[in-house]
Ligand binder design. Structure first.
Ligand SMILES: C[S@@+](CC[C@H](N)C(=O)[O-])C[C@H]1O[C@@H](n2cnc3c(N)ncnc32)[C@H](O)[C@@H]1O
Length: 300
């Protein structure tokens, strides 16, 4: 099976407006779909730095290409690792957020309720806490908050209380343990409900919102003026952070004024509305259905 079918591939790579001798970053290598298309467009002095925190991408890296460097780290530390590799300012940065099909479809990883596995859900298997750790240690309030914020789970409070009551009786270690608890609590469409609960836990395990915030701030610093930042988001909260950041330079979307009252506008926004996958792409790849592409050019 394919590692991952790239989403909005031509649209997002075109948005980078690649120049042959430019320096680019793909923050989310995954199956390398976007990285390969970028490298193809580089000339002798061009370079691509690709990040991914999951070691599973390693067997599938672009090889024997002096224009490509892989960085096996979290993109939240973009600036530090680019500096470490001697990259100065860059011409364009792409991030295709979330998880890959490989991660969702690998039964062992615990990302999916479709398979029996330990409730792990770490993209980086050296990460400190798993989904089990969260279910074991978080207070009912913290659980409720993550299920309602990241999963929009309708009965988040009931679910949080059920987890706290259940863990007094037995450990919740595997997807099966968790499903036994979830099944009587399902509201509405079962698959949708379960997907929302699992997604919320995954976002918390990997601190996906925290990583995105740090990434956006660092991307702004490492981009040269005129450079492009291109982001594909799959979750409405992520998309909102990106949209706010492009508008105001901060993810809260707070308008910042300088001493003279001039409003800070760090980016020229090139997508007034998020771009979506075409009907043709959706037919080929249903996983593209929640994708939202936004891009902007750095002014300062
Ligand atoms: C949607 S996939 C990218 C797919 C890729 N564009 C392709 O076409 O093959 C997202 C990838 O980003 C990685 N990832 C997610 N968050 C990350 C982070 N904070 N730091 C580094 N990698 C991350 C995941 O491990 C996953 O492999």
């Amino acid at each position: 099976m394919d590692y991952h079918q790239p989403v909005l591939l031509t649209e997002s790579v075109e948005a980078l407006q690649i120049v042959a001798d430019g320096v680019y970053v793909d923050a989310t290598y995954g199956g390398g779909g976007h990285s390969r298309l970028i490298v193809q467009q580089l000339g002798a002095n061009g370079h691509l730095y690709s990040f991914d925190q999951d070691e599973d991408v390693l067997p599938n890296l672009i090889t024997e290409n002096e224009r490509f460097t892989f960085i096996h780290h979290n993109f939240r530390f973009l600036k530090r690792f680019l500096r470490l590799h001697g990259a100065g300012q860059v011409d364009g940065i792409l991030a295709d957020l979330g998880v890959s099909s490989h991660q969702l479809d690998d039964a062992q990883r615990g990302f999916s309720y479709r398979f029996e596995a330990d409730l792990d859900m770490r993209m980086n298997r050296e990460g400190e806490r798993t989904a089990t750790d969260i279910l074991r240690t978080y207070s009912a309030e913290a659980l409720q908050s993550l299920f309602s914020r990241y999963g929009e789970v309708r009965n988040a409070k009931t679910l949080a209380q059920a987890i706290v009551a259940e863990r007094e009786r037995r450990a919740i270690r595997s997807t099966t343990d968790f499903m036994l608890l979830l099944d009587p609590l399902v509201r509405g469409n079962r698959n949708r409900y379960l997907a929302q609960v699992f997604q919320a836990l995954r976002i918390e395990v990997n601190d996906e919102m925290g990583a995105l915030e740090s990434f956006l701030a660092e991307a702004r610093e490492v981009l040269r003026p005129g450079g492009r930042l291109v982001v594909i988001a799959y979750h409405s909260l992520e998309d909102r952070l990106v949209k706010n950041f492009f508008k105001t330079g901060n993810t809260a979307g707070e308008v910042i004024k300088d001493f003279y009252g001039n409003i800070e506008r760090p980016f020229r926004i090139l997508t007034k509305k998020a771009q979506l996958a075409s009907p043709e792409e959706l037919r080929r790849n249903p996983r593209a259905r929640s994708a939202k592409l936004r891009y902007a050019e750095k002014i300062n």
